[in-house]
Design a protein around this ligand. Structure first.
Ligand code: AVI
Length: 369
């Protein structure tokens, strides 16, 4: 009986989303796409518009699922719109956010060893960076590689078109000898395309402890998908934030500048703008918790009052109790055993680990098992 009710509720939710969303946007998008495709005979335009529709409906679906769940949650993958990406740059510049400095220190002080580990015999290779962002840290590595006359091509991939074009412009200005080819879109699809076009060895970079924003299942899924697009001899270079004094970790996220709070609240603002909602941002506060046992840091937004939020495009209202939390993001911290275990479980083998001098952070180089 309970299951039938749940199914009915789900069905009703779906009707609400699709009914409201389709009537508002889908048909005009689809019509526009078809007209343009007919006018220009260009399939690409239709595909691009359809991609936008998919992104928007995925967003609506995830928000509905997350806010209907108990406890409520939203996905941090939606933090990175234009404003969110700018706030993240502010976060990376804060002294409390040690992760950036640690990884930068590794690249500045151990670039010779890293280059030797990437290409033992000095042969050509391709560096593919997943989620390249502003590429500030990678620039340090690439500049060193160029000075060492290494022959490599740099392929930054990001879902943000702006991020990639800015990065390419900046890199071309600052590293004029660099062979760079930016790509926008889905990591796995793009790596597959590169595999077909190029037979060179690939070194995939996944820096900045981005892996820490996945839970264990998501990490394993992501790594096994990467494994599937890698060939024997290819390498994977991943950034891991390490377990350490809990106070240092909490300071990095409970920052006194309020950037992390703004980063989280920006997602509520995005829901307001994209889905016609009425979140009052001042009615929520940011809280960070860290469990030293598991190494999991969690970001939450706490409702400071009992309140109702309406999301028009979902055709639904959500109630929040005073003190109720929305789980926003996890930032996993690791120890060596966890990293070796993750490599093993996902079909990789650790080649070499690079630490900063305080042992706060590690870049781990993996090959296929
Ligand atoms: C992108 N990622 C590794 C950051 C982290 O530390 O989890 C995102 C972040 N969230 C709050 N501050 C930074």
């Amino acid at each position: 009986m309970k299951q039938v009710c749940r199914k009915r509720r789900r069905f009703r939710d779906w009707c609400a989303i699709w009914g409201s969303f389709a009537s508002r946007h889908l048909w005009s998008f689809a019509l526009c796409a078809s007209l343009m495709a007919i006018k220009f005979g260009n399939e690409h335009i239709t595909i691009k518009i359809m991609e936008q529709i998919t992104i928007q409906t995925d967003f609506a679906k995830d928000v509905l699922e997350g806010l209907s769940a108990n406890p409520k949650h939203l996905s941090s993958k939606y933090f990175y719109d234009d404003t969110g990406s700018k706030i993240f740059q502010d976060i990376m510049r804060m002294p409390e956010y040690y992760l950036t400095d640690c990884e930068l220190e590794i690249f500045e002080t151990q670039s010779d060893e890293i280059l030797n580990a990437f290409t033992e015999d000095g042969s050509e290779f391709e560096i593919i960076e997943l989620g390249a962002g502003d590429g500030v840290k990678t620039k340090v590595l690439l500049s060193h590689f160029l000075n060492k006359n290494c022959i490599c091509e740099y392929v930054p991939i990001d879902i943000s078109e702006d991020a990639v074009s800015n990065l390419v412009i900046d890199m071309e200005l600052q590293l004029p000898g660099l062979n760079i080819k930016g790509k926008v879109g889905d990591y796995f699809k793009l790596i597959d395309e590169i595999n077909t076009a190029e037979k060179r060895k690939k070194v995939l970079l996944f820096l900045g402890s981005n892996i820490g924003n996945f839970n264990e299942l998501e990490s394993l899924d992501f790594l096994s998908k990467l494994k599937d697009v890698m060939h024997p001899g290819d390498l994977l270079f991943i950034g891991f934030d390490l377990k350490k004094d809990p106070e240092i970790i909490l300071n990095a996220y409970n920052d006194p500048h309020g950037h992390t709070a703004a980063f989280n609240l920006n997602l509520l603002d995005r829901i307001n703008n994209k889905l016609n909602a009425d979140f009052v941002l001042q009615n929520f506060r940011h809280r960070e918790i860290y469990d030293p046992e598991t190494g999991t840091a969690k970001s939450e937004l706490i409702s400071i009052t009992k309140q109702k939020v309406e999301i028009q495009d979902l055709g639904k209202a959500f109630w929040f109790e005073e003190g109720e939390a929305i789980f926003m993001e996890m930032s996993q911290k690791y120890d060596l055993n966890m990293i070796t275990g993750l490599a093993k479980k996902s079909g990789f083998q650790v080649v070499r680990n690079f630490y900063d001098k305080r042992l706060y952070f590690m870049n781990s180089l993996w090959k296929l098992k």
